[in-house]
Ligand binder design. Structure first.
Ligand SMILES: NC(=O)c1ccc[n+]([C@@H]2O[C@H](COP(=O)([O-])OP(=O)(O)OC[C@H]3O[C@@H](n4cnc5c(N)ncnc54)[C@H](OP(=O)(O)O)[C@@H]3O)[C@@H](O)[C@H]2O)c1
Length: 324
């Protein structure tokens, strides 16, 4: 099969589509013929040599995909050859075939085509596990989504609105009208405005992609009992925290990743995939949530897709189609 490999750590040009050994499904896994995958910021870091695959995972890039079940590993009984699915991966998505634990395989959400579904597992599982399961966002609360125009942001705005929260978002000025169409009600230009000044003491849940750069301002924005969830470190990973400002608000700070979670058990990827299928897929069925795709490129143009994400200014996911 062909897959994108990294010739050596570096810029987008180190990505090359080459022949690779076929993956084999172990016990409890299935082999998928990949139809589409999508770019995640973690892929850019992995390409640069800063984010190695977890032990045992494929070294090929790609944290999500859609495709068809091609082979069942021993012990897999709840999937059938030919099923059209999407899957959360620990790696290996930038390829024509990938092996994945059956628990991380989900049906394609109702009304979504198979190519577009390749860009859904990361955003849906990340947002659901952090904002809904973790921070327990409730109807009537104020939900601040940073980076509202990105893959995560475009999805988080819709989930927040669907749950009945008041959604505030930070994005580039040109992207704010699209954020409003997705359901954001308070629109903040992150280059020109200070979100902490605008939202001071009002926010119940923050979904943060900036890390260190926004830490103290996020806490300023929190309301009493507020919950800050950090999922990205685009603004650095180390910052000073005034615990007094948390204490006085009885607020909490959490940080959570998806890739390193166990396959099974409490807090696992399989558990998240089950919850997403059961509780979020119905929101796709009735149109409360829809996929947002910025661009769809062939897998052979992965380098161009990486340049696109690094440049910013995209709106939603960048999807890669496997095969010819
Ligand atoms: N923890 C996890 O499990 C997990 C899983 C998936 C993703 N993530 C993280 O989540 C973040 C978003 O991922 P993604 O796939 O949505 O990436 P993305 O599509 O590239 O989105 C990133 C967004 O950040 C915006 N941004 C840049 N600087 C900003 C600032 N100062 N303030 C507010 N927004 C700013 C960008 O807007 P412009 O383009 O207009 O600059 C862009 O819309 C990344 O940090 C990623 O690593 C974490």
């Amino acid at each position: 099969m062909r897959a994108i490999t990294i010739t050596e750590p570096g810029g987008p040009d180190v990505l090359a589509l080459v022949d690779q050994p076929e993956p084999r499904p172990s016990t409890g896994e299935v082999l998928l013929d990949v139809v589409a995958t999508a770019v995640n910021r973690a892929d850019l870091l992995q390409r640069q040599g800063h984010y190695p695959s977890p032990p045992g995972a494929s070294e090929i890039l790609g944290l999500e995909c859609s495709g068809r079940v091609a082979e069942l590993g021993e012990g897999v009984t709840d999937l059938q050859i030919g099923d059209e699915v999407c899957a959360l991966l620990a790696g290996g998505g930038y390829a024509e075939r990938v092996a994945v634990p059956a628990g991380q395989v989900m049906p394609v959400p109702p009304g979504v085509d198979l190519v577009t579904a390749g860009g859904l597992p990361e955003v849906t599982c990340t947002v659901w596990s952090t904002v809904v399961t973790g921070a327990r966002l409730a109807a009537g609360e104020v939900f601040l989504v940073h980076g509202g125009s990105g893959g995560i942001g475009t999805h988080a705005i819709q989930v927040g609105a669907a749950l009945g929260a008041h959604v505030a978002t930070t994005a580039s000025a040109t992207a704010l009208p699209q954020c409003a169409e997705l359901g954001a009600q308070t629109l903040i230009d992150y280059r020109e405005q200070d979100f902490a000044e605008i939202l001071q003491g009002k926010v119940d849940v923050v979904l943060d992609n900036m890390g260190a750069k926004y830490l103290q301002r996020n806490i300023t924005a929190l309301a009493p009992g507020g919950r800050l969830v950090v999922i990205g470190m685009q603004g650095g990973s180390t910052a000073e925290l005034d615990l007094g400002s948390l204490l006085v608000k009885r607020a909490s700070v959490a940080a959570a990743g998806l890739r390193g979670r166990p396959v099974d058990g409490p807090g696992s990827k399989s558990e998240i995939c089950r919850e997403v299928t059961r509780l979020l897929w119905p929101m796709f069925a009735d149109g409360r949530v829809r996929p947002v795709t910025h661009a769809t490129l062939p897998l052979a143009e992965a380098a161009e897709a990486h340049r696109m994400m690094a440049a910013g200014g995209h709106h939603g996911k960048i999807v890669l189609i496997a095969g010819d």
